[in-house]
Design a protein around this ligand. Structure first.
Ligand code: GUN
Length: 282
């Protein structure tokens, strides 16, 4: 039987727990606070940022969004980051990606102090992850790990195949998989015989951004399939990378889109903000 990994429900549970934690923290004088910087008018980013803002407010996190024009210079953006770095009331800083082309994304991410880097994209935090220190980990892979924990999916000795090598998902996911005992393969656009490689997976994670990429030919019977894709199909409907109807019956567990990985990513961002506020207090 196929288990549907219900991200909406699990994220709801985590948010409820965070709400209690935020209440306790606020009572003791520390209200967790998150600032998001959004540069430009990218429509998807606008939606993501609104969702993050709403979710933060719902659990009692103080949320602030700095909206800057497309013409903002790198220097100006770095100055905003610098001010937030020094603001003791701010526990989390998130610069929404992608940034306009004239801005050096790496330089901006590196400018955020690692303790406030709720995205886990700072080289220090990525380096720590490489050394098995998982104190600040990118939100999407962290959300995927929460699924494994909640649904008792053991990684030890499992073949984990990740499709996509981004710094946001594929690469940190590979490190988490390794840290937790999986045998990890990372595939990308140059990978030969993708179908055969994917078919080896006990745990298949697709983070490509191509609707319908993963058909039944990519999936071994009984595999766990995690769909990180956010796409629109021909009918304009939100869908992942996986052809859910075709693939789900083959799997032992699968995430739907929507209602799978997406809500978990936001829940992890909130959790990281609360964790930072707590560690500041200690
Ligand atoms: N753009 C798409 N996903 C993300 C994310 O997780 N964090 C940030 N900062 N930007 C994104």
């Amino acid at each position: 039987m196929t288990q549907i990994l219900d991200g909406k429900a699990l994220a709801g549970k985590i948010r409820e727990e965070l709400k209690q934690e935020v209440q306790q923290l606020s009572k003791s004088g520390v209200t967790p606070s998150l600032t998001v910087i959004l540069v430009g008018e990218d429509p998807a980013s606008q939606v993501y940022v609104r969702n993050k803002e709403r979710a933060a407010t719902e659990v009692g996190i103080h949320s602030n969004v700095i909206r800057l024009s497309e013409e903002t210079t790198q220097e100006e953006l770095l100055e905003y980051v610098n001010i937030l770095n020094h603001d003791v009331s701010v526990h989390g800083i998130l610069v929404q990606l992608p940034l306009p082309k004239h801005i050096d994304t790496d330089a901006v991410l590196e400018a955020i102090v690692p303790e406030k880097d709720v995205d886990g994209f700072h080289p220090v935090n990525l380096g720590k992850l490489l050394q098995k220190d998982e104190s600040i980990v990118p939100c999407t892979p962290q959300g995927i790990m929460e699924f494994f924990k909640e649904y008792n999916i053991d990684l030890i000795g499992k073949e984990m195949v990740i499709i996509g090598q981004s710094t946001i998902v594929g690469r940190p996911m590979a490190l988490l998989g390794l840290n937790h005992g999986a045998t990890v393969t990372v595939c990308h656009s140059r990978t030969k015989n993708l179908e055969q490689v994917a078919k080896r997976a006990d745990i298949l994670i697709s983070a490509v951004g191509k609707a319908g990429l993963i058909t039944k030919d990519f999936v071994k019977e009984g595999a766990v399939v995690i769909d990180v894709g956010i796409n629109c199909n021909e009918a304009g409907k939100l869908c992942g990378d996986v052809d859910f109807e075709e693939v789900a019956p083959l799997t032992s567990a699968i995430t739907p889109v929507p209602g799978g990985v997406g809500p978990m990513t936001i829940a992890m961002l909130l959790a990281q903000t609360v964790k930072n506020a707590k560690s500041k207090k200690e």
